[in-house]
Design a protein around this ligand. Structure first.
Ligand code: DX5
Ligand code: ZN
Length: 221
């Protein structure tokens, strides 16, 4: 795992019929985290996979942490299941839970690192009373629900605003960007202040995962 910039392939764009092999392949290709997108056809208009699949990957003995991105409502019911299934980070959308502070504590109590996720139109005000309890802020650069969408450039000043807040906090909070990240825009996201880069279609849609991840690292400098 590199010190500052982490690349997190999203399994959403993997071949689900060969998921274990796909995850092994991106780790072999240099992934720092596995980004695990959980969708419920309720909070977002798509349906993916749950704790059973997370546990199956975890049992495989992955050499990198699993970064669970919950796009579900409600949130709390499913948190212990993902903790038991081997998640390291668990991130959720504040609009999707009744009690944001409670959900953050629930994730922590179950031994995982809590993250808060911001949709493109979600104001950063949600950080006012939460940043001191978070390990991760995840900024969506697409509307959640699908892979392969176009990067929304408005995410860049938002990343920069979060970077300023994190610097002021003095805490080592990670800033993750998710949606439409490619070799040609990853540097701009890093420049704005992101240090974890989710990429689904850019990696799994490429013919050579290692070459794509290497090109991302080169772009990151
Ligand atoms: C979208 C998901 C993303 C998605 C990114 O709701 O949260 O993680 O897989 O896919 P790309 O990189 O293809 O935009
Ligand atoms: Zn995601």
């Amino acid at each position: 795992m590199s010190n500052t910039h982490w690349i997190a392939p999203s399994i959403l764009s993997a071949d689900f019929a060969r998921l274990g092999a796909e995850v092994d392949a991106v780790i072999e290709a240099g992934a720092d985290l596995i980004h695990f997108d959980v969708m419920d056809n309720h909070y977002v208009p798509n349906l993916t996979v749950g704790p059973v699949v997370c546990e199956a990957l975890h049992r495989r003995g992955l050499s990198v942490p699993i970064d669970v991105h919950l796009m579900v409502r409600p949130v709390d019911r499913i948190v212990p299941d993902f903790a038991a299934a081997g998640a390291s980070y668990i991130s959720f959308h504040p609009e999707a839970t009744e009690h944001v502070d409670r959900t953050i504590h629930l994730i922590r109590e179950h031994g995982c690192k809590p993250g808060l996720v911001f949709n493109p139109a979600t104001p950063l005000d949600w950080l006012d009373y939460t940043l001191d309890k978070l390990d991760l802020v995840l900024l969506m650069s697409v509307n959640p629900g699908f892979g392969g969408q176009q990067f929304i450039a408005g995410a860049l000043p938002k990343i920069a605003a979060v970077r300023r807040r994190v610097a002021a906090s003095g805490r080592p909070v990670r800033i993750e960007v998710d949606g439409g990240i490619k070799v040609d825009n990853i540097a701009a996201a890093a420049q704005a202040g992101a240090d974890i880069f989710v990429a689904g279609s850019a990696i799994f849609g490429s013919s050579n995962y290692a070459a794509t991840i290497a090109a991302m690292r080169t772009a990151l400098g």
